[in-house]
Design a binder for this molecule. Structure first.
Ligand code: CA
Length: 512
């Protein structure tokens, strides 16, 4: 009898072992087939109120609305900073930009801001076997200090921090040099016509925005009156590179085709595409086929152009049977800009449809309009279609989330402020929020804002030097999303505890 029981037990354990190994095999298989392609799309200066799925009705964004309908729309996602460069730094490295010097809005000749060897979203996915590419606006500096030399092989850059392929707008559309860089070379470079840029004194004899007789497509405001390229005065002076200069009207077409080409070239491997659109940053110069198609002037027209571009990428996924196994994220690098610096006639149209919806302020500000951004995530079969999430999260979280997606553990020195928000992206039922706080910055390392649950503490300029002063505002976003009533005086204890927490986060050098 004992022998019989023993035999039965043995049989059960053999079956159990067999089951475990089958399950193990199954889960290994699941993991490999589940390793999705990843496309992270970051648009530029697109506000919380700029898409149909976030309430806009004077522009039409059918492709982005479809993405929302097929996935999850997030209502409390933040760009971490309220301007380009620090947002992109945090997104790339998982570290708050204000912890590092020199991470404000970068000039067009800024040397590389992220040192080679830094763990980035690209290096994390590359180490998981992904083919990695960046197409579009970079604005994180290129080349060796002191300033970028566009006449040589330009490195370090994205290829030194985890990308296999790069096709870049080096800085922004409104600043020189107005050329694309592919991998480490200026596209269309002519050695007989070397490129020089200056962000101080005037160089060259080409017309500038202050020449009285110059005919312009659009005139630039203060700081945007230097070398005229394609009828548009820029920030900074440029000489040479005439054959390499972009045509603003064609930038969206060029970037879209490069992004689609990257998808099609890498469709057989898991790939990561970081698609960083120029739209809808200034100068907003839509291709003629989009002109007049919106009710919001050229600003609305470039939103249509942006929506078209995303539609092209989604069509490429469909055409190649990749949509079901691709995680697509769409967002913006900061809130909508209200005061355009070019006289394109769109300023008076903001009242028709506020770029940031009912949020207070705009790009550059520590109020919600500066950094609460559209955020859509689609992964058919994994993310419930038509879902909406109010989870608090920031772009700084991409690094830890991609590590989690690919079953990797971040070492302690990487992604010091990045939290794994993948469960929120996937719409998992959660007992606790993926984040209970988030630090936000404007255009400089100080002042900062601290989000904690429904509350946001906003330092005024100089507040960090005066820990006892009244230089803070406090808002309850659950009751007052438009931030119309500063309740700091009514909530002194909360101001005190949040001030102390922000101080600790600053001093610790990390928050993860
Ligand atoms: Ca921006």
């Amino acid at each position: 009898m004992r022998h019989y029981v023993f035999n039965i037990a043995m049989r059960f354990s053999t079956i159990a072992l067999l089951l475990v190994s089958i399950c193990g095999l199954a889960s290994a298989t699941d993991n490999s087939t589940a390793k999705p392609n990843v496309i992270y799309i970051i648009s530029d200066d697109l506000g919380y109120g700029d898409l149909g799925c976030y309430g806009a009705n004077k522009v039409k964004t059918p492709n982005l609305d479809k993405l929302a309908a097929q996935g999850c729309r997030f209502t409390d996602a933040h760009s971490t900073a309220a301007v380009c460069t620090p947002t992109r730094y945090a997104l790339m490295t998982g570290r708050y930009a204000w912890r590092e010097p020199n991470t404000g809005i970068a000039r067009g000749d800024q040397s590389a801001l992220i040192p080679p060897g830094t763990t980035t979203i690209a290096s994390v996915l590359k180490s998981a076997g992904y083919k990695t590419g960046v197409v579009g606006k970079w604005h994180l500096g290129l080349g060796e200090p002191p300033t970028t030399n566009y006449n040589v092989e330009i490195k370090p850059g994205p290829l030194e921090i985890g990308f296999d392929y790069a096709f870049l707008v080096p800085a922004t559309g409104d600043r020189v040099p107005c050329v694309f860089v592919e991998n480490r070379r200026v596209v269309g470079y002519d050695p007989a016509d070397p490129i020089q840029v200056s962000f101080g004194k005037k160089i060259g004899d080409e017309p500038t925005g202050v020449d009285p007789d110059i005919k312009l497509k659009i005139q630039g405001g203060p700081g945007h009156k230097d070398t005229v390229i394609n009828g548009i005065p820029r920030i900074g002076f440029m000489t040479g590179g005439k054959a390499a200069r972009w045509v603003d009207e064609d930038i969206a077409d060029v970037l879209t085709s490069k992004a689609v080409n990257f998808i099609e070239t890498n469709k057989s491997a898991p790939f990561f595409l970081f698609y960083s659109t120029h739209d809808i940053h200034e100068p907003m110069v839509p291709h003629p086929r989009f002109r007049g198609t919106s009710e919001c002037g050229w600003r609305g027209d470039v939103i249509h152009q942006l929506d078209w571009s995303i539609g092209q990428l989604m069509a490429a996924l469909d055409r190649n049977g990749l949509a079901d196994n691709t995680l697509v994220i769409f967002t913006s690098d900061n809130g909508g800009a209200i005061k355009n610096t070019y006289d394109d006639g769109t300023n008076p149209l903001h009242s028709k449809q506020p770029p940031n919806g009912s949020l207070r302020a705009n790009k550059g500000a520590l109020y919600e309009g500066g950094h609460r951004v559209p955020f859509l995530a689609r992964w058919p079969g994994r993310i419930a279609s038509g879902s909406v999430s109010g989870q608090l999260m920031g772009h700084v979280d991409a690094l830890a989330s991609f590590a989690a997606l690919t079953d990797q553990k971040l070492d302690r020195n990487s992604g010091s402020d990045s939290f794994n928000v993948l469960p929120a992206w996937l719409g998992e039922k959660l007992k606790n929020p993926v984040r209970d706080h988030l630090v936000l910055q404007g255009n400089s390392p100080n002042p900062l804002a601290l989000r904690e649950g429904d509350w946001v503490l906003i330092e005024k300029a100089g507040a960090n030097k005066n820990s006892d002063g009244p230089a803070r505002e406090l808002y309850n976003l659950a009751a007052d999303l438009s931030q119309s009533e500063d309740v700091a005086k009514k909530e002194p204890e909360r101001v005190k505890s949040m001030t102390a927490r922000l101080k600790t986060i600053r001093e610790n050098g990390r928050s993860r």
